[in-house]
Design a protein around this ligand. Structure first.
Ligand code: COA
Length: 501
């Protein structure tokens, strides 16, 4: 172990900074704004947060935590349940933290993931006292090599007053060289970001740090918590086929070539399952330019379908994770992990003309999408990168099953209870019922497509009844709504446990 540590800690002057997790945790004070590495349960700071949990057993203190995206249980469950997190951003996905947010015990700032670095530059979150960053190695020329994610670590390390490094020696050395760290200049002083194709590398292998900022290095062997996605099912297979058929039609129409534009695929079980559908298709030579690489990407690499995948994090289910991380050599030349400011960068998303596929909780008859708030009030996870991609991609596609909770909830509703993606950002809606291509359509032209092609059959008549009544009430206005009834489906669900009238 000593030899491994010496090998991974290239900057020998930092050897005396190696301390226990408890000693590192003791550096953090009540009221601190703390940045942490980690993105969708990958590359999180883990051992220092657990030491903070222990500290909280005897001491009352609270911190604000900003990260790349959702973290694993060490922070978003145990630290949250210990009452240490006052405010959290910009994304979460752990049931325990979600409950605390929805009980008003933790403040949550949900935001577009491409925006976070700019907010840090503008000091919007307040001065960042500490950045706690998991690293695979610190090279002798002063680069901090991230592990399974990059997320916001470069900008947090740059702007934090102090840095605590969790040097994770269980991380495969094959990660060295996978990352491509490029940090744009401040706005107003910035040139074009030169990613012209998904495979381009434009930066350095690690995060250049000022060694003087490193106040503690903690040795860790803790691995990331596995992802919680469930495997594809019959309905997601149908949704995948619907997507593939839509893409085939786009090729016939000359809007796509048979070598597809790079694909972005969102978080969660449904987006993963839909991407998996490419495995048995005729599509070859696929490139991924995404935010998160979930299981499907590695299955597609193994099947020879995906030739290159660029993202900011790798988050895998337990069994696949064990296999992939033990055989990282096999994948290293096909992967690139970048800061989320680059993966989610509107400039690049638009330049590459991405095919973007994200999951929705619900959509309305005009094509507005809710990705975040159950029944308009309870936070699910957050908008994540879905807005970054949907607005800027060549094709902003949303997928959802047409129903939820055993058919008591319709995922197509009269008016969404919270809007994350407006009708202007939603090009195509896909459910297991079919596809609604909304591009170039006026609101009233979208209604029949969404109801007939995407809604669950039991709800179609009810949706038509709502729409026809709304047309009558508004005199056939641009976007007919009966505001007295627009949210009645949620009221019915809250009172009677079903949206069925
Ligand atoms: N109303 C209430 N609950 C709903 C619902 C609706 N209309 N639609 C789905 N749900 C519930 C499901 O029942 C399920 O509940 P459970 O956890 O109790 O089983 C849960 O939401 C997750 O739904 P599921 O269908 O399994 O979808 P998923 O795992 O693919 O997640 C999102 C879907 C929308 C929650 C997820 O994709 C997300 O958080 N998206 C926002 C961020 C994002 O898109 N980032 C991508 C950028 S790369």
């Amino acid at each position: 172990m000593k030899a491994t540590i010496e090998k991974r800690l290239g900057l020998k002057e930092l050897a005396d900074k190696v301390v226990s997790a408890e000693e590192a945790a003791a550096l953090i004070s009540d009221g601190d704004v703390v940045g942490m590495s980690g993105f969708t349960r990958a590359g999180d700071a883990k051992v220092v947060p657990l030491a903070l949990v222990e500290r909280a057993k005897n001491e009352k203190f609270q911190i604000d935590v900003y990260t790349g995206a959702s973290l694993g249980p060490e922070v978003d469950r145990y630290l949250a349940e210990a009452g240490v997190i006052r405010k959290r951003g910009p994304y979460q996905g752990e049931p325990a933290l979600r409950n605390l947010i929805n009980k008003g015990e933790v403040l949550y700032v949900d935001g577009h993931l491409s925006h976070v670095a700019e907010l840090v530059r503008q000091n919007i979150y307040g001065p960042i006292k500490f950045a706690i960053i998991e690293a695979c190695a610190i090279t002798k020329d002063g680069y901090l090599i991230p592990t399974n994610s990059v997320g916001n670590s470069p900008i947090l390390a740059d702007y934090a007053e102090n840095i605590i490094v969790e040097l994770n020696i269980s991380c495969s050395e094959s990660f060295i060289g996978i990352h491509d760290i490029y940090v744009p200049e401040k706005q107003g002083e910035r040139g074009p970001i030169p990613v012209i194709s998904a495979t381009d590398r434009i930066g350095e292998i690690g995060i250049k740090i000022d060694p003087k900022k490193i106040k503690a290095i903690v040795i860790s062997e803790n691995t990331d918590a596995p992802s919680l996605i469930v495997p594809p099912d019959e309905e997601t297979d149908i949704m995948a086929n619907n997507l593939l058929n839509f893409l085939r039609d786009e090729i016939k129409a000359g809007r796509l070539t048979s070598k597809l534009a790079p694909i972005q695929s969102g978080v969660g079980s449904v987006a993963n399952a839909v991407l998996q559908g490419f495995q048995d298709s005729e599509f070859e030579d696929l490139e991924i330019y995404s935010e998160v690489l979930q299981d499907a990407v590695f299955h597609l690499i193994d099947a020879g379908k995906v030739t290159f995948a660029s993202a900011t994090s790798i988050t895998l289910s337990e069994e696949l994770g064990n296999e992939v991380f033990e055989n990282m050599d096999k994948y290293a030349d096909k992967l690139c992990l970048r800061p989320q400011e680059i993966t989610n960068q509107p400039e690049i998303i638009r330049r590459l003309g991405l095919i973007s596929v994200n999951a929705a909780l619900e959509a309305d008859i005009y094509g507005n999408v809710n990705s975040t708030h159950v029944s308009g009030t309870r936070m699910m996870n957050g908008i994540g990168g879905s807005g970054d991609f949907a607005r800027n991609a060549k094709l902003g596609i949303f997928v959802t099953k047409s129903y939820a909770k055993g058919g008591t909830i319709s995922s197509i509703v009269p008016m969404v209870s919270h809007v994350d993606h407006t009708e202007h950002d939603v090009d195509v809606l896909i459910t297991e019922q079919g596809v609604a291509d909304l591009r170039g359509l006026a609101p009233k032209e979208r209604v029949p497509l969404i109801i007939e092609n995407c809604a669950y059959p039991d709800f179609k008549e009810q949706l038509w009844a709502y729409y026809n009544d709304a047309v009558e009430k508004t005199g056939n206005s641009q976007t007919p709504h009966n505001l007295e009834k627009a949210f009645s489906w949620y009221v019915n669900y809250a009172k009677n446990g079903t949206m069925v009238e």
